[in-house]
Design a protein around this ligand. Sequence first.
Ligand code: GDP
Length: 138
Amino acid sequence: MERTLSIIKPDGVTRGLIGEVIRRLEKNDIRIVGMKMLWMTREQARGFYAVHRERPFFDSLTNFMSSGPVVVMVLEGENVIEKNRTLMGATDPTKAAEGTIRRDFATEIEKNVVHGSDAPETAAFEIGYFFNRFEIVA
Ligand code: GDP
């Protein structure tokens, strides 16, 4: 069993896509074992995306991620990191495969509705960034 962190980004929450994203996860046998809504400060968003701090879009991305509430979830399942990434689609919605969340709903490369950890190490860091062990159901 593997775990990953999923975030419904501020654009997804504002546009009423929480239910749609969760429906797609559950329909694909991904189990939600932790979930909360929160509004990150700029500093919290900058800490979360620290690996991207040298990228030209870092300020824009972290301002966006702290612009409104998000839903953060811990997902569990076999191969769930890759499975969630497949359901999300490519970062750029114009390049995302048909039927993916980003292809169906994202409006631009930055406002792309969802985040998902991309590897076991990042998943461990990202889950620990938002959840303690009492907030994850076994
Ligand atoms: P992801 O793993 O598919 O989310 O993509 P990355 O880890 O490469 O980038 C993290 C997030 O930064 C993406 O989901 C986008 O919200 C944003 N992002 C990525 N590339 C760009 C870009 O070229 N311009 C802008 N403005 N944002 C970007």
